[in-house]
Design a protein. Structure first.
Length: 106
């Protein structure tokens, strides 16, 4: 259903291999990792780091995303907020603007 390719957003991205309807849910298992071993393929939920399986680890940020990622008891769910065309990049909102510097840095 997905492939990883060069992204215009950043580096590599997750792309739809077929048209995906709004409301579609895709699932991927997740597993806990040690905080010290968290990588760019990990997501921090505030209490624990969880690894994402490829291609979900290649989801890039967009302020107007076409999908949303949720952690459930069974792993990760990627919920599609709108129709995604074949070969369109799948994006999520990271919850912050990665182009803006952190408020904590001085």
């Amino acid at each position: 259903m997905f492939s990883v390719r060069r992204s215009k957003v950043h580096g590599r991205g997750c792309f739809a291999n077929q048209s995906i309807r709004v409301g579609t849910v895709c699932r991927a298992p997740g597993y806990e990792v040690d905080e010290d071993q968290a990588t760019f393929r990990s997501v921090w939920d505030g209490d624990q780091a969880y690894n994402l399986y490829s291609p979900f680890c290649y989801l890039n940020h967009d302020n107007d995303p076409n999908a949303d990622l949720y952690l459930t008891d069974d792993g990760w769910e990627l919920y599609f907020l709108r129709h995604v065309a074949k070969d369109e990049e799948v994006t999520i909102d990271y919850g912050f603007d990665p182009s803006e510097p952190d408020d904590d840095t001085e």
